[in-house]
Structure formats: structure tokens, C-alpha cells
Ligand binder design. Structure first.
Ligand code: GDP
Length: 304
């Protein structure tokens, strides 16, 4: 929690200081409520989520009779935690299964627009799985970005995984197919595929990502489609997510770069607007900076 607090320090100054300062000040007049609303909007909660949360805060304050700053903190904690849909299943499905008596690796597609942190997330996730004792194959299916395969290779050497890569500019689906094939032959536990993240046109993305998934499914079940979103991109990130969701069945969101932003409120908006659980959060560029998303801990860290 200490570490999470540290990484979220920018957002913490908004929630744990500005917001709590406003709510802990006793009777709130309309101007103060306007300030609460503005604070939430600036933190990127979005209009709909902000209205919902402000309404809940007003109701709670009236019914509970919040007096002290400790009471304000407890109330804010409850309202924010509840807004994060605590009952969602956030486990990343990365364990192998048995099909017709044969072990089959879990297949995880990692999707997202270039620059969001897709390759880094794939590497960090491999590290987590290897640390848990899993054998992992990485598929460098982002064949369009010149450095992506090298970057993934570096990660796999670092964490002790194997990388399957194709020719630069080659067919992403062919690389994904080969990676799954390799994973099945060598009996690994999970195959993580770093997919291409071009979003020039929706149909281009359909072709690429949709095809990757279809081709992989010729051999194995796709257990998880993680969509990586950059927390600093706000509405843009949400718009991207909607496009991806139309193309493939996104099963989890990874929200990256939460360390560099005061706009951590995007987590609430993503959760509410997309209806897909946030499963992981990126808290820095280092190998250990990927954490499971736990609403309770997240809110505690935000409030200081
Ligand atoms: P891709 O194009 O989506 O594969 O993006 P990359 O994985 O290459 O990441 C783009 C940049 O974002 C790199 O400089 C990463 O180190 C950085 N990055 C990725 N995740 C995080 C994060 O959680 N926090 C911070 N601060 N930087 C990150």
C-alpha cells in the first residue's frame, strides 16, 4: 500500500487533499459542491460518473451527518470504492487447461494503440507469471513498429521467457499462430501475444486484431484479451476502448501510466463506461511496476 501511495502521489493530492479538504470543511454550500464537482471533472472522472458520485456524496452527508474530517474520509472511501464495482472478477486468466487429455497453455492477447504501454505491459505480465512459476512464451505480433520485437525480446531475456518473432512488416496473425504453436509444443503455461496497435482506420484494426484472434483460435482458446489504455489520454483512451470493444471481446483493461498523472479518476470512468473490469494497473516503467487492480487498496491509496 505504501508503494501504491507513492506511485499515486499526483492523484492523491487531488483526492486525498483537495477533495477531502472540501468535504471535511463542514456544511457545504452550493459553491463548495461546485468545487467538488470541478475537482472530480479535472481528475478525469467524466461528467456522468462525477454527477453520480456527487449525488451519492450529498445523500451520504445528509443522512450520516458527516462532521469531522475522519468521517468525511470514511464516507468518501465508501462512495469511491462502491463506484469501482468491487464484485467484478479481476483475475487475469493465465493458467493452462486440459483439452482432450492434453495440456494447453492459456492464451492472452495484449491489445492497444501504440504508445500506450502495450509491449511494456506484456513484458511485465510475463515477469509476474514467471515469478509465480509459470513457463511463458511471448509472441511479438506487433510487426509494424520496428523496435517492438526487439523490445519484447529484451523483456523475455530479462524475465526468462521465450520469444517467437516474425519478419518486420510481416503478418501479425502468422506470428501469433507460431507463438501459440511453439507454446503448445513446449508445454508452457501461458502464451502472451503483443499485438499490433495501429489505429489508422477501424477497418484496418478489425482486419489485424480480429484476424489474429481468429487465427489463434484455430489451435487454442483465447482466454483473455487485455486492452491497454494510457491513463493520461482521458477521453481519447475511452474512445479507443470503444473501438476495440467492437472488434474483439475485451475481457480486461490495463490502465498504464497512473504514476505520471493527477487524473487517476479515469479509473472510475473506464469502469463505469466500458463495463469491462480494470484488471491491472501500470505504475511506472520498471519491471515490477504492474499491479493487480484492487479497488479497496486503490481508493485507500488515493485518500492518503
Ligand atoms: P507500446 O507502443 O504500446 O507497445 O508502448 P511501450 O510498451 O513501448 O511503452 C511506451 C512508453 O511508455 C515506454 O517509454 C514505457 O516505458 C512507458 N510506460 C509503459 N507503461 C508505463 C507506466 O505504467 N508508467 C510509466 N510512467 N510509463 C510507462
Amino acid at each position: 500500500l505504501e508503494r501504491l501511495r507513492g506511485r499515486l502521489s499526483k492523484s492523491r493530492s487531488v483526492f486525498g487533499q483537495s477533495l477531502l479538504g472540501l468535504l471535511g470543511a463542514g456544511d457545504l454550500d452550493e459553491d463548495s459542491w461546485q468545487d467538488v464537482e470541478d475537482t472530480l471533472l479535472v481528475a478525469d472522472l467524466g461528467a456522468a460518473t462525477t454527477t453520480e458520485i456527487v449525488d451519492k456524496l450529498r445523500t451520504e452527508i445528509t443522512s450520516r451527518g458527516v462532521r469531522t474530517s475522519e468521517e468525511a474520509r470514511a464516507m468518501l472511501h465508501d462512495v469511491l470504492t462502491e463506484a469501482l464495482a468491487t464484485d467484478a472478477d479481476r483475475a487475469v486468466r493465465a493458467l493452462p487447461h486440459t483439452v482432450d487429455g492434453q495440456k494447453q497453455p492459456a492464451v492472452v492477447l495484449v491489445a492497444g494503440v501504440n504508445g500506450t504501454g502495450k509491449t511494456t505491459t506484456t513484458g511485465k505480465l510475463a515477469r509476474v507469471l514467471v515469478a509465480q512459476g509459470s513457463k511463458v512464451v511471448l509472441g511479438a505480433a506487433d510487426t509494424f513498429r520496428a523496435a517492438a520485437a526487439d523490445q519484447l525480446q529484451t523483456w523475455s531475456e530479462r524475465v526468462g521467457a521465450e520469444t517467437v518473432r516474425g519478419k518486420e512488416g510481416g503478418d501479425p496473425a502468422a506470428v501469433a499462430f507460431d507463438a501459440v504453436k511453439r507454446g503448445m509444443e513446449s508445454g508452457v503455461d501461458a502464451v502472451l501475444i503483443d499485438t499490433a496497435g495501429r489505429l489508422h482506420t477501424k477497418s484496418g484494426l478489425m482486419d489485424e486484431l480480429g484476424k489474429v484472434k481468429r487465427v489463434v483460435e484455430k489451435q487454442a482458446k483465447v482466454d483473455e484479451v487485455l486492452l491497454v489504455l494510457d491513463a493520461t489520454t482521458g477521453q481519447n483512451g475511452l474512445a479507443q476502448a470503444r473501438v476495440f470493444r467492437e472488434v474483439v471481446d475485451v475481457t480486461g483493461i490495463v490502465l498504464t501510466k497512473l504514476d505520471g498523472t493527477a487524473k487517476g479518476g479515469i479509473v472510475f470512468q473506464v469502469q463505469r463506461e466500458l463495463g469491462v473490469p480494470v484488471k491491472l494497473v501500470g505504475l511506472g516503467e520498471g519491471p515490477d511496476d504492474l499491479a493487480p487492480f484492487e479497488p479497496e487498496a486503490f481508493v485507500s491509496a488515493l485518500l492518503g
